[in-house]
Design a binder for this molecule. Structure first.
Ligand code: SF4
Length: 355
């Protein structure tokens, strides 16, 4: 029996074998303390990430989508260990990261991140070739070799080294700076890139160029991407699988074509319905998603989406839905897809048409 995070491949004799993920996240929790109470102790917590589990297969692009505040960027920072998790584990290549497992330095060399803010990510006092070369020198590469690597990467991301190597970040456009950040992330020859809203601040024409560059680099260097974005069209273009988050939890996860073509979770359906359709016949006159997400300090009991869900029933207000699916590659946390939940079974006419 396959788990949701495994895929099937066929060995030389044609026998199917389960392939474990390259990166596995188990029951990750991060609550941020707020409002100091008596004796300075926090009296409440923002439940940014609340028991998240998923896997990332080698060579795939996993898209993570959800509204602002759903916890997707916190996941990225937890994966990079820029934040420490309250509980849960991260495994890479079968070894637990940190503690007595895979050393953090080795993990960081293999998993790199590109942030949304291209300027804040670069040291304004370093030339861009020095910024790119810095990481490899920390990992024992000589300065001359690191500079040679930096120049080769600048060339690869479309910035002619002769013109750009000696420039400072403020002398570049936003798109050029993001190309530098991509080169810098690649300088340690990682296996995984976490792209956190990496193209969101760019003009549409520049965004398209950088997305195509990312696709080319993925093929050329055999990379695995975790692509975080609020832009559903961009995620559809980039990702092999998509994970939809709502208030710190997974609402739905599956192959891109399955999630975009036949979303099962009412929240995913509403998100997709909110995308502008090019076909006037498919445009909805009803607002697919109303109201703001509930306060993550005190999320609703049961299904966290029940305060905004048109299909909510009593069980939704009291019981947390499990992430289930008859197809291990497509799972949904909604009582409507769980025949044993006591909720009305999922009605196809209740779906909101995807654009
Ligand atoms: Fe809506 Fe209930 Fe499904 Fe939650 S579990 S999405 S409230 S139907």
């Amino acid at each position: 029996m396959l788990t949701a995070n495994e895929i099937l491949e066929w060995d030389m004799d044609g026998v199917p074998v389960a392939v474990p993920p390259l990166l596995t996240v188990n029951h990750l929790v991060k609550h941020f303390p707020v409002r100091p109470g008596l004796f300075g102790r926090p009296s409440a917590h923002v439940r940014a990430v609340d028991g998240l589990s998923f896997g990332v297969q080698e060579g795939e692009t996993l898209g993570i989508v959800g509204e602002s505040g759903c916890g997707k960027s916190t996941v990225a920072r937890l994966l990079m260990h820029l934040l420490s998790a309250d509980s849960g584990t991260i495994e890479f290549g079968g070894s637990r990261v940190g503690s007595y497992g895979l050393p953090m330095k080795s993990f960081r060399a293999q998993v790199q991140m590109v942030f949304q803010d291209s300027y804040a990510s670069l040291n304004p006092r370093l030339t861009i070739e020095s910024s790119i070369a810095f990481g490899p020198t920390v990992h024992g590469i000589s300065w001359s070799e690191a500079i040679a690597r930096a120049r080769a990467l600048l060339d690869r991301v479309g910035l002619e080294p002769k013109r750009f190597a000696g420039r400072y970040p403020h002398e570049l456009s936003g798109g050029q700076r993001q190309r530098v950040n991509i080169a810098r992330a690649l300088a340690l020859q990682p296996k995984v890139l976490i792209l956190d809203e990496a193209v969101s601040a760019l003009d549409k024409s520049v965004e398209a160029q950088v997305l195509n560059l990312l696709l080319d680099l993925k093929d050329e260097f055999g990379l695995t991407y975790i692509f975080i974005s609020h832009d559903l069209e961009v995620v559809r273009f980039m990702a092999n699988r998509v994970m939809v988050m709502y208030l710190g939890k997974v609402a739905e996860i599956g192959k891109t074509e399955a999630v975009y073509g036949a979303a099962r979770h009412p929240y995913t359906q509403a998100l997709l319905a909110s995308m502008l359709s090019m076909d006037p016949d498919r445009r909805s006159t009803q607002a697919p998603l109303t109201g703001d997400p509930p306060n993550p300090i005190d999320p609703p009991p049961g299904c966290r989406f029940h305060t905004r869900c048109a299909h909510a029933s009593d069980i939704c207000r009291s019981k947390v839905p499990a992430l289930l699916g008859s197809d291990p590659g497509h799972q949904t946390a909604c009582h409507l897809v769980d025949a044993a939940s006591g909720a009305l079974v999922f009605r196809s006419e209740a779906r909101v048409a995807a654009p």
